[in-house]
Design a protein around this ligand. Structure first.
Ligand SMILES: *[C@@H]1O[C@H](CO)[C@@H](O)[C@H](O)[C@H]1NC(C)=O
Ligand SMILES: *[C@@H]1O[C@H](CO)[C@@H](O)[C@H](O)[C@H]1NC(C)=O
Length: 207
């Protein structure tokens, strides 16, 4: 869990990134695939909470917990970080998360099809996000995340609920691809934890 002081500070610094974020070009095809995922994810409560035993958790790498506070922290701490780096981390981490959930589901489990549909959607999203140019290596911290996620013998494990992992996926998607999710109520700060606070109207509909 990110400590409150860290993310508060991170949130403040995060604001400084609003401008570069807006300039990141996201193509129509990319937004279309992300919106399909968004729609699919509105069903995550039923599939990842109601269909599971109460408080059921799965074991994931530390790095597979990728939340808003991780994004703001990386933005503050990593020099040379590009939005594309964070988007790549998001893609990788969430594909790993889905693999982990599928691994504990028998094929006849009521959430099996839903989870493998999500996996397919991610594969489609991957196709519309071309790999970053070969000339640029991602910052070291980002490489480290890639390596840790792929390390089968990692020592850093945490137990979390599948629903919380998909909530992270949903929120960070809005933060990292905000121009695909314009809102009628004007500019939304999807990267701020406050935006997702319980009690808000949209939150009630979604969780
Ligand atoms: C589930 O977790 C909540 C919050 O930690 C706890 O209050 C509750 O007793 C747990 N329920 C079961 C059945 O373990
Ligand atoms: C996000 O933050 C948590 C808590 O500090 C940490 O365990 C995890 O590794 C971070 N995830 C990434 C992808 O950096």
């Amino acid at each position: 869990m990110c400590r409150p002081t860290t993310w508060l500070l991170g949130g403040l610094f995060g604001l400084m990134w609003v401008i570069p974020v807006l300039m990141t070009p996201t193509t129509l095809a990319q937004c279309k695939s992300l919106k399909t995922l968004e729609t699919k994810l509105t069903d995550r409560r039923r599939n990842f909470k109601h269909n599971f035993p109460i408080n059921y958790t799965i074991k994931v790498h530390y790095e597979e917990i990728f939340k808003l506070c991780n994004i703001s922290r990386l933005r503050v701490r990593v020099v040379d970080l590009e939005e594309g780096d964070l988007q790549d981390v998001w893609l990788l981490v969430n594909q790993e998360v889905l693999k982990r959930i599928l691994r504990v589901l028998p094929e006849r489990h009521p959430s099996y099809k839903y989870t493998s549909d999500l996996e397919d959607l991610f594969r489609k999203i991957q196709q519309v996000f071309p790999p970053q140019s070969d000339e640029r290596e991602p910052p070291e911290r980002i490489e480290e995340i890639y390596n840790r996620v792929k390390e089968p013998n990692s020592k850093g494990w945490r137990f979390v609920t599948p629903k919380s992992l998909l909530d992270n996926c949903y929120r960070t998607m809005h933060c990292l691809f905000k121009n695909c999710f314009p809102s009628e109520d004007g500019e939304q700060d999807y990267c701020s934890a406050l935006h997702w606070r319980k009690g808000r109207k949209r939150q009630l509909q979604e969780t």
